[in-house]
Design a protein around this ligand. Structure first.
Ligand SMILES: C[S@@+](CC[C@H](N)C(=O)[O-])C[C@H]1O[C@@H](n2cnc3c(N)ncnc32)[C@H](O)[C@@H]1O
Length: 207
């Protein structure tokens, strides 16, 4: 597959105003339903996500069944991040303005991102820099459903099916060239009536 699979306007959004405007007001809500939240926590537990962990594009909840030893949460709204009971540290940082993470190299064991990867306008750059801050062998676990803030999600995500969205995230991993091939899984069972949950994750290469 070539690297030009994302057509022009793929990363454009209806609302191209600066992200801090949209995220200025705290939203103490959940963005996926209770069953999907449980499935996220089960996946983290199954994968053994623990130690120094970064929750990328976080809010007041991180969905861990048992919080990691040291959880950093990075997002746009300070009030939400401060309200996150699992977090040991919070970082307000706009990844669309600056894809480079304000963290030292190899300072994180694993990273997660729930219900948010669709808001990244420069995902390859973010994934590549995330590999810089992950320790060798560290994993990045993206989970998502089919709910979005439609004005802030990238156009390519809005026009995709759920399966396309899994392929999009796997392609971000591939194009970043710093992760092993991604695992793609539908985590909600067949016939499940609530929010479907998908997960795409990969391990940082050692190179
Ligand atoms: C739908 S919410 C999901 C929040 C949380 N991960 C969860 O599972 O409930 C989207 C999150 O993405 C974060 N976000 C959106 N745009 C961002 C950006 N440009 N840089 C960093 N974080 C961003 C927001 O702070 C917001 O909390």
């Amino acid at each position: 597959m070539t690297d030009d699979v994302f057509p022009p306007q793929f990363f454009a959004r209806v609302d191209e105003s600066d992200d801090p405007l949209f995220y200025a007001e705290p939203r103490i809500v959940t963005h996926i339903d209770d069953d999907a939240i449980v499935m996220v926590g089960e996946l983290y537990e199954e994968l053994g996500i623990d130690g120094d962990v970064l929750d990328l594009m976080s809010s007041w909840v991180s969905h861990f069944r048992t919080p990691p030893r040291h959880l950093r949460v990075l997002g746009m709204n300070e009030y939400e991040l401060k309200a996150n009971p699992a977090a040991a540290e919070h970082i307000v940082h706009d990844l669309n303005a600056q894809p480079r993470l304000p963290l030292p190299a190899e300072s994180i064991d694993d990273a997660v991102c729930c219900a948010s990867v669709d808001y990244l306008t420069q995902p390859i750059e973010v994934f590549r820099d995330l590999a810089r801050v992950l320790r060798p062998g560290g994993r990045f676990v993206c989970t998502f459903s089919n709910r979005v803030f439609p004005t802030k999600a990238i156009r390519g995500w809005l026009y995709g099916t759920d399966e396309d969205r899994c392929a999009i995230v796997a392609e971000y991993f591939r194009q970043s060239r710093v992760f092993e091939p991604a695992t793609v899984a539908r985590r909600s069972p067949d016939g499940h009536l609530g929010d479907p949950l998908y997960a795409v994750w990969a391990r940082r290469t050692d190179a």
